[in-house]
Design a protein around this ligand. Structure first.
Ligand SMILES: Cc1cc2nc3c(=O)[nH]c(=O)nc-3n(C[C@H](O)[C@H](O)[C@H](O)COP(=O)(O)O)c2cc1C
Length: 309
């Protein structure tokens, strides 16, 4: 998620779910080629398994960007065919490309010629009035022929004109059964479902029908929940406590700061860690206020624990 799942956020998420697959924010292909590569592609080895999500529609640019990602050791290249923002549409990428499967297939082929890691697709179930199941099925069939065997489907359509990106994550209704149908019709493909999954029970129930669940907003709002979800799915009991996570993040923050990050870059992703717990509000307030003081260092995180223990 843009402005959310940067490397600092992913480090936190990895502590909570050792085996889950993590995704970067969407990085535009051009930015990888012409921007600060360390900023766009840098990560900590503990983040594996880690997918690089790219945005774009130029096969050569995407292929070059994917090569840069693969050279840095990303485990998967994911193409974003689901983002509905105006900025993205003017650049001809994101959700509007669901209507141009041949072009997406060209992008996939160009990438697959250059990198060995899997190339996967994140899409919606449709766009605007192209929202019947046949449209989705044709899209998946075309891309499957181009060699894609993993699809992550946000189970609502995108409305390209008139809705903001945020509205496009709430207003079009969720149609999970469309994604279940995909799995039935393409049993050899790996199909993951995304959109509105907020509880362990939700996730387990989806897993009766599809191969994977992708969690966005709830993972950010209540990251500690991921340790429960992880235990339920992977069967490994979590040994983590919230306080333990805070202490490990203090060590991580020290390292990140020695490499140029500011403390706030790390702590801003942690504010949901005590969601629903006693003292959470005071803890959040302390952290949000103190972190901006000039002498704020990683020990602030350990100090913050007095509000919640
Ligand atoms: C702030 C924000 C940024 C997002 N950025 C991306 C992105 O970069 N790439 C992407 O595929 N989806 C992005 N999304 C969409 C989410 O990945 C997800 O598809 C959507 O929020 C629905 O899932 P959820 O209900 O679990 O959040 C973003 C969502 C939010 C809230």
């Amino acid at each position: 998620m843009m402005d959310r799942t940067d490397r600092h956020c992913r480090y936190l998420l990895r502590l909570l779910g050792p085996e889950m697959l993590l995704y970067t924010e969407m990085v535009v292909g051009q930015a990888v080629l012409h921007g600060d590569q360390q900023r766009h592609l840098g990560y900590d080895p503990v983040e594996h398994p880690l997918a690089l999500q790219l945005g774009g529609s130029d096969p050569q640019i995407l292929a070059e960007a994917a090569v840069a990602g693969a050279e840095r050791g990303y485990d998967e290249i994911n193409l974003n065919i689901g983002c509905p923002s105006d900025r993205v549409q003017s650049g001809e990428f994101g959700a509007c490309l669901m209507d141009q499967p041949a072009r997406v297939a060209d992008c996939v082929s160009a990438i697959r010629e250059r990198v060995a890691v899997p190339v996967t697709i994140k899409s919606r179930i449709g766009i605007d009035d192209k929202d019947d199941y046949a449209f989705l099925g044709d899209f998946v069939a075309s891309l499957s022929e181009a060699g894609v065997d993993t699809f992550i489907v946000h189970a609502r359509k995108a409305i390209l004109a008139g809705l903001s990106p945020a509205e496009n994550r709430t207003i079009p209704p969720l149609r999970y059964e469309r994604v279940y149908q995909l799995k039935q019709d393409f049993p050899h493909l790996h199909i993951s479902i995304n959109g509105g999954i907020r509880t362990t029970a939700d996730a387990l129930s989806h897993l009766q029908h599809v191969d994977g669940v992708m969690i966005g907003r709830q993972a950010y709002a209540d990251p500690f929940w991921l340790s429960e979800l992880h235990a339920a799915i992977f069967g490994t009991e979590s040994l983590q406590s919230r306080d333990g996570i805070v202490r490990q993040m203090a060590d991580y923050a020290a390292k990140a700061m020695s490499e140029g990050a500011r403390l706030n870059h790390v702590t801003r992703h942690m504010l949901g860690l005590y969601a629903g717990q006693r003292g959470a509000r005071a803890w959040r307030r302390f952290l949000s206020q103190e972190v901006h003081k000039p002498d704020a260092g990683p020990e602030l995180l350990v100090d913050s624990l007095r509000f919640v223990t």
